[in-house]
Design a protein around this ligand. Structure first.
Ligand SMILES: C[S@@+](CC[C@H](N)C(=O)[O-])C[C@H]1O[C@@H](n2cnc3c(N)ncnc32)[C@H](O)[C@@H]1O
Length: 186
């Protein structure tokens, strides 16, 4: 479908001065990682961390969210957590990747030092107990405010053959990151 400019809404020139979002966390994540250095760079990639295992975590929903909001969630193997990197100290345009090489544009990385401090992790859902979600394979620090949850839907969300730019190049040079353990940790 082509972009038809005549169908687009008019955006006021001062739009960016007016837009100011406030988000209310839906819950705080409890994880075994209290320091940034303890957490894996991605929750599914835990080889080399102190336990070598995907971390178990819980997310208890806030009182103002009723159980109805998570009805039907238990059938999903994985969830997307959208969260605030609340302990991140500011942002930088370019960041040094943990596996080495030159600095990269922050928006071409998964660094916590982002302009809007928003994180995105695909985690395993172990079980739902009342308003508590039991999760596995997190890279979030203990106490991280979770802003939203969405079910991970393989037909729309999985593109295993996609190019991964400078990360592919790094994999070739220093060896590939891989997620140990079964594909569906439960
Ligand atoms: C590389 S980021 C990736 C996070 C997420 N999977 C993403 O791609 O947006 C993971 C690192 O963020 C840091 N981190 C996790 N939770 C944080 C928080 N609440 N505030 C600041 N840093 C955090 C930890 O050091 C962890 O190793």
């Amino acid at each position: 479908m082509h972009l038809d400019k005549s169908q687009q809404r008019e955006i006021p020139p001062d739009m960016f001065q007016e837009v100011d979002f406030t988000y209310r966390p839906i819950g705080l994540l409890r994880s075994p990682y209290s320091r940034r250095i303890d957490a894996p760079h991605q929750g599914t990639v835990t080889e080399g961390t102190h336990t070598g295992e995907p971390a178990i975590a819980t997310l208890e929903l806030q009182e103002w969210l009723d159980e109805e909001a998570i009805r039907d969630l238990s059938g999903f193997d994985r969830l997307w957590l959208i969260f605030a990197f609340h302990l991140s100290e500011g942002w930088r345009s370019s960041v040094k990747p943990p596996r080495g090489g030159p600095k990269r544009g922050v928006l071409a990385t998964r660094s916590p030092h982002r302009p809007n401090s928003i994180g995105l992790s695909a985690v395993s859902l172990v079980k739902v107990e009342g308003k508590t979600l039991h999760l596995r394979g997190v890279d979030l620090l203990d106490g991280t405010p979770v802003l939203d949850i969405k079910p991970y839907v393989p037909y729309a969300d999985a593109f295993p053959d996609s190019k991964a730019g400078w990360i592919d190049e790094l994999d070739e040079k220093v060896g590939r990151y891989f997620a140990p353990g079964p594909r569906k940790p439960r």
